[in-house]
Design a protein around this ligand. Structure first.
Ligand code: CO
Length: 212
């Protein structure tokens, strides 16, 4: 291109009178076809690329969610035993709707057992409340459902719910709470579960509690 223009310019320079308007047309006509061809190829490539680039981003969130979905079952499949000593255990809840354990084994030698819950997050109780509620596995979902409408002021536990074997109060980030209950309450008639009754949390915050 530049070579041709240069040559044309050179030709015009040699024949100044002949080249006025014609040289512009010659340049335009000569330049346009190649330019159009050249521009079309990149132009076609360029529009194609953005859509292609636009497509991956929607796919990316999907990919991001997929690992999260995969991670949940994987985490649920892994047994994370609470550390128990002196008929007590301390477990944690965080701002990601998680306990740090999903299994508590209570020594059969204990008469009473104490669970301390430490909320290691920062969110307030109204946004990320955690508690520990113990029921049979069979009663869990109904207790969760009733707790949802019971409200935060009731720690999301239906008042007088006799399906609840034991429970702590509902706490927010930085707080700690505990509950002590007779081990006989979770012997026979199980299996038993511990979970958080804050709306939507029990699906992720739950675990087994067994006496051995
Ligand atoms: Co919770």
């Amino acid at each position: 291109m530049k070579m041709r223009i240069a040559l044309l310019s050179a030709a015009c320079a040699l024949a100044l009178s002949a080249c006025g308007d014609n040289s512009d047309r010659a340049d335009t006509q000569t330049a346009t076809p190649p330019a159009a061809t050249t521009d079309t190829a990149p132009a076609a490539t360029t529009p194609t690329t953005p859509p292609a680039a636009t497509t991956p981003p929607p796919a990316a969130p999907a990919d991001t969610m997929a690992p999260a979905g995969d991670a949940a079952p994987a985490a649920a499949g892994d047994t994370k035993e609470a550390v128990v000593a002196d008929c007590k255990t301390e477990i944690e809840g965080n701002d990601a709707i998680q306990y740090n354990v999903n299994a508590i084994t209570v020594p059969a030698s204990c008469t009473e057992f104490t669970i301390t819950l430490k909320h290691v997050g920062q969110l307030p109780v109204a946004a990320m409340g955690h508690n520990v509620v113990i029921t049979t596995s069979a009663d869990m979902q109904a207790v969760v459902n009733d707790g949802m409408s019971a409200g935060l002021e009731a720690d999301h536990i239906k008042p007088g719910d006799d399906r609840v074997i034991a429970h702590t109060k509902m706490i927010g980030g930085g707080e700690t709470t505990s509950v002590t209950f007779p081990v006989s309450e979770i012997q026979g008639g199980g299996p038993y579960m511990f979970f958080c009754s804050f709306p939507g949390h029990a699906a992720l915050m739950k675990g087994t509690i067994t006496v051995e």
